[in-house]
Design a protein around this ligand. Structure first.
Ligand SMILES: CC(C)(COP(=O)(O)OP(=O)(O)OC[C@H]1O[C@@H](n2cnc3c(N)ncnc32)[C@H](O)[C@@H]1OP(=O)(O)O)[C@@H](O)C(=O)NCCC(=O)NCCS
Length: 182
């Protein structure tokens, strides 16, 4: 059975193992640094870090961190989903889906309006994400045109999309061009 729970500091090394397994040696190292940086980044808070456990072992991890969108008339609560990883031997079994769904549910319950992701359009469209650029939301850094559809958004409060546009500012650790290239 799959159990989803918030992570704690004692999960750090298990979380690193998951990202190394899912992303491979070269990219994995960069993602592990990103995750550790974000977990300690005050500008990323409030954040939501969830792990999926099978038989008391963590097999997947998802992180949502705070972002901002300046708008004169409305306060908008924004999060960015990054990263998500499922250990290679547990992929394609619905675990990524379970983590995304549970994360979005918890964020909606806490009043988050918009969630952004830079990821595989074919995968995230299944969860209600849609290309964000065409809706007027610029990424923190320009996304190369061949990956433009990978910058996606989902509203958790109906009526936000269409009424608000602008550039998203992310947490400090994520605020580096190299995290926005693909
Ligand atoms: C991408 C990832 C998070 C998906 O989680 P998962 O638990 O393996 O996937 P799920 O069981 O939720 O969903 C499976 C479906 O997603 C599809 N899928 C998996 N990886 C995909 C990808 N990179 N692009 C598009 N679709 C993908 C599968 O083909 C499958 O499709 P189907 O339901 O039509 O058969 C996971 O495979 C992973 O960690 N991959 C390596 C790391 C990575 O790329 N993370 C970044 C995500 S932006």
């Amino acid at each position: 059975m799959l159990k989803i729970r918030r992570t704690t500091d004692s999960d750090r090394s298990a979380i690193s193992d998951i990202h190394m397994s899912a992303f491979g040696q070269a990219q994995g190292q960069e993602i592990v640094e990103l995750v550790n940086g974000l977990l300690g980044d005050e500008t990323a808070k409030p954040l939501l870090s969830l792990a999926a456990e099978k038989e008391n072992t963590i097999v997947a991890h998802i992180l949502f961190t705070r972002a901002t969108l300046h708008h004169e008339q409305q306060d908008v609560s924004v999060r960015i989903l990054a990263p998500l990883a499922v250990m290679s031997e547990f992929q394609d079994g619905g675990i990524g889906e379970a983590l995304i769904s549970e994360g979005l549910k918890q964020l909606a319950e806490t009043g988050v309006d918009l969630v952004f992701v830079l990821g595989h359009p074919g995968y995230y469209a299944k969860f209600g994400f849609q290309p964000a650029g065409a809706l007027g939301f610029a990424a923190p850094y320009p996304i190369p045109s061949e990956h433009a559809d990978a910058w996606m958004v989902q509203e958790l409060r109906p009526g936000v999309i269409g009424n608000i546009q602008g550039r998203i500012q992310c947490a400090g650790v994520l605020d580096q061009p190299r995290h926005w290239r693909e």
